[in-house]
Every structure is written in C-alpha cells, then in structure tokens.
Ligand binder design. Structure first.
Ligand code: NAP
Length: 248
C-alpha cells in the first residue's frame, strides 16, 4: 500500500456490482480507476462523481477488457500517472443466455471473450506490474453458476468456471512475489443484469436463498473490500461464495 492510499483498477465499474466495488475501495488519498464498455458515458460519469464525493481521485475510461492493446495501454497509463497498481478487480461481465441446443457459436464465444479472456488479459497485464513491486491483490468476480451450471447459461457458467480455475492458477504463480489472487462468486444480486429476469422466476429464485432475500451490490463489494484488505493477508486462491447461502 502506498502512503497516499492504494491505486485500484475495477473493470466494469460504471454500474451494478462494479460501481459498488469502486465505492467500497475508495479511501482518502487513494485512486480508483475503472473502465466500462458502453459509449454512453452517463453511468460512468455518475460513478466518477460518487467517488470524488468520497475524496478519492477517480477516472473512468471506455475500453473492452478483452482487447489486450487497450488494457496494456491503460495499465501503463495508471503506472505512469500514479506510480503503481495495488488492486485489480476483474468485475466486467456479460450474459447472452440461450438453451445450449439453440446457442450460436457467436453467443458462446462473445461471453467467453469478455468474461474469461478479459479476466486473463487484465490479470496478465496487472501481474507484470505487481510482481515487479512485490505486492498486490487481484480479485475476480465469478458466479455460483460456475460451480453449479445453469439452464440457459452454457456460455456464462463455463466462463465463470474458467475464472475460478484462473484464480487458483494465478494464486499459485504469483504468491512468491507477494501477490494474492482470490475470487468472489455472487448468487442472485439485484443489478441491470438480473433486472430482465421475469418477476415470477425471480420470486422462485429468491425463495431458494436461505438468507431469504436477493443480494445487493454492496453485499458483494464488502467481501471484495475484505479480500483486498490486510485482514485477508493469509488468503489466496480462494473463491468466496456471496450468495446468501444459495451455494454451500
Ligand atoms: P451489469 O450491471 O450488467 O454491469 C456490467 C458492467 O460490466 C458494466 O459496467 C459494463 O459497462 C461492464 N462491461 C460489460 N462488458 C464490458 C467489456 N467488454 N469491457 C469492459 N466493461 C464491460 O452487471 P453486474 O450484475 O453488476 O455484474 C458484475 C459482475 O458480477 C459480472 O462479472 C457478473 O457476471 C457477475 N455476477 C453478477 C451476478 C448478479 O446476480 N448480478 C451474479 C453472479 C455474478 P457498461 O456500463 O459500459 O455497459
């Protein structure tokens, strides 16, 4: 951790769980940078304003997590501007649901590209910086369905299972350089991603959650903040399920 506060990069920080993670990692004197994909800058600008209100330096940039040139260019910019990178949270993710027999190869590939290849590309770029500085924390956002599978989500569940395996491999490769790599696996969290689920289906999903409610973005963000904190200094290679007990 730098004297001025940590330099943090969160992918997909413009809204939903990513925005809550940005806010949970905002600390006085620190820097919170995030990216997003939609050319409409409104949500990103709102996140920047919320972060600045918390007294941190904030910046949001539009680029695709799965494009290595743009990812490397942005991480270089952060290191040049702020001297280091302490935390990377790979949160950006998409769904393109369909039953497996009807899923196109394009649907399968696009979800794998953003969720799994995007996580790999960002981890690789950040790891080079963190290994040199001999410290850092990476948290990947997986999903309970990476463990359980889910009807209509062959692409998404496979991508999230891959994220879990990538987390463990990263943890093993980077531990000797003081870099910890962990993941959270959220259950059913109220965001734009789940807003499209018909209320009837959502009610059944909620009824299956032992803690009796769907999750809020902050429920996930608080666990990510813990994983990035000194309190988690002896944790690496772990996948923490944040699902109200949906998965145990
Ligand atoms: P969301 O509300 O749809 O937000 C997704 C975020 O990712 C947005 O900031 C979006 O940017 C960004 N994004 C999408 N594609 C991108 C790309 N190619 N490059 C860069 N940024 C990109 O989703 P969410 O529900 O907060 O989900 C966040 C993470 O949690 C995802 O990895 C998701 O799979 C995971 N998760 C969510 C749930 C849930 O119940 N919500 C459960 C388990 C896991 P724009 O705003 O510019 O589009």
């Amino acid at each position: 951790m730098s004297e001025q506060g940590r330099v943090v990069l969160v992918t997909g920080g413009s809204r939903g769980i990513g925005r809550a993670i940005c806010l949970a990692l905002a600390e006085p004197g620190g820097v919170v940078a995030f990216n997003h994909f939609d050319p409409d800058e409104q949500a990103a600008q709102a996140t920047v304003a919320m972060l600045q209100a918390k007294g941190v330096k904030a910046e949001g940039r539009k680029f695709d997590v799965s494009d290595p040139a743009q990812v490397n260019e942005y991480i270089d910019h952060l290191v040049n501007a702020y001297g280091r990178l302490d935390v990377l949270v790979n949160n950006a993710g998409i769904t393109q649901d369909a039953l497996m027999v009807r899923m196109s190869l394009e649907q399968f590939e696009r979800v794998l590209k953003v969720n799994l290849i995007g996580t790999f590309v960002c981890m690789q770029a950040a790891a080079k910086v963190m290994m040199k500085q001999r410290g850092g924390s990476i948290v990947n956002v997986a999903s309970v369905v990476g463990q359980t599978g889910n009807v209509g989500q062959a692409n998404y569940s496979a991508s999230k299972a891959g994220v879990m395996a990538l987390t463990k491999t990263g943890a093993k490769e980077l531990a000797a350089r003081g870099v910890r790599v962990n993941a959270v696996a959220p259950g059913f969290i109220e965001t734009d991603m789940t807003a499209a689920i018909p209320e009837k289906v959502a009610a059944v999903m909620r009824a299956n959650i032992p803690l009796g409610r769907s999750g809020l973005p902050e429920d996930v963000a608080d666990v990510v903040a813990f994983l990035c904190s000194p309190a988690a200094r002896y944790l690496t290679g772990q996948v923490l399920h944040v699902s109200g007990g949906l998965y145990m």
